[in-house]
Design a protein. Structure first.
Length: 296
């Protein structure tokens, strides 16, 4: 495939027309039109629907644009870095992060990174779903306990675990007596298997509140309405102050946060810089480090 023709196609697709692309780039409109036509002929595909007044990507054209625009930008930036003899992070960096991490820590992380690397245009969006990195144009995604994906590589940068906590005013149950609980999601009856200082224990939970946010659950359990199952990093300061009590650790509840990027892409300087920044922020990747970073 002719990379120059592909670059011209993406230029036209980005600007929505040959005239606009020509004015933005200083390239002749006729040259851009010829190069796109040659690319269509080589691929045996129609990439644009050409109307009298507008230009619209075909389904095939849209797929080609979504899958190649970021790759071409990355190649340009890599070539520029090599030519200048430096690997200074620059350009746009799009990251998808889960809701809880975004609410508690990503603002501080983003600000610190922006101060250190002012030439990087950092964009972070909150997504608990598994985004499609290639089609949606992300450079890096942060996922919690992700399923194996051969198209992605990366590293664990944080670990956490779930604990059962409650206000000191809440009476700890004896035997099989149900416990009022604050839960995330559907409010059906639950059983929480824990490891405690006395051994294994199971708490029968009768939900009194069903909330959609972990932060909401944490705030509600602080008031004393019921027990809750929460990441220890989120309640570490409460446990240290005695405003919440630790009833036990949820069995097999390790939470691993991964920073992932496409395996077939070159690791750009800006992605590498962000990974290094995460390592500096959480050198050992422990819940205590996250708790200290979050603050009270």
């Amino acid at each position: 495939m002719d990379l120059l023709a592909l670059a011209d196609f993406n230029l036209v697709a980005r600007h929505g027309g040959f005239g606009k692309a020509a004015r933005a780039s200083g390239r002749p409109k006729a040259t851009l039109s010829r190069r796109v036509t040659e690319l269509e002929a080589a691929l045996e595909l129609r990439l644009f629907e050409r109307g009298a007044r507008n230009l619209k990507l075909t389904e095939e054209g849209r797929a080609l644009h979504e899958r190649t625009a970021a790759l071409l930008t990355e190649l340009d930036e890599t070539a520029a870095s090599i030519a200048s003899g430096a690997e200074k992070p620059r350009g746009r960096l799009r990251i998808s992060a889960p809701l809880l991490l975004s609410q508690t820590a990503m603002g501080k992380i983003a600000a610190g990174f922006a101060l250190k690397y002012p030439d990087v245009r950092l964009e972070i969006t909150t997504e608990d779903r598994a985004v499609d990195m290639i089609e949606e144009g992300y450079d890096l995604v942060i996922r919690v306990n992700p399923e194996p994906d051969e198209a992605l590589v990366g590293r664990v940068f944080l670990r956490d675990r779930l604990v059962v906590v409650a206000s000191p005013e809440l009476i700890r149950p004896v035997g099989d007596a149900p416990v009022p609980g604050v839960v995330r999601g559907a409010g059906h009856r639950q059983a929480w298997k824990c490891t405690t200082s006395a051994g294994s224990a199971t708490f029968s939970i009768e939900p009194v509140l069903a909330l959609s946010s972990i932060i909401m659950v944490r705030d509600a359990v602080r008031v004393g309405v019921g027990a809750a199952r929460l990441p220890i990093s989120l309640v570490s300061h409460d446990l240290a102050d005695g405003t919440l009590l630790h009833w036990g650790d949820i069995e097999e509840s390790e939470v691993a946060l991964w920073a992932l990027y496409p395996s077939r892409r070159l690791l750009s300087a800006r992605v590498s810089a962000f990974l290094d920044f995460l390592k500096q922020a959480f050198p050992n990747g422990t819940p205590d480090e996250l708790a200290a970073y979050i603050g009270r």
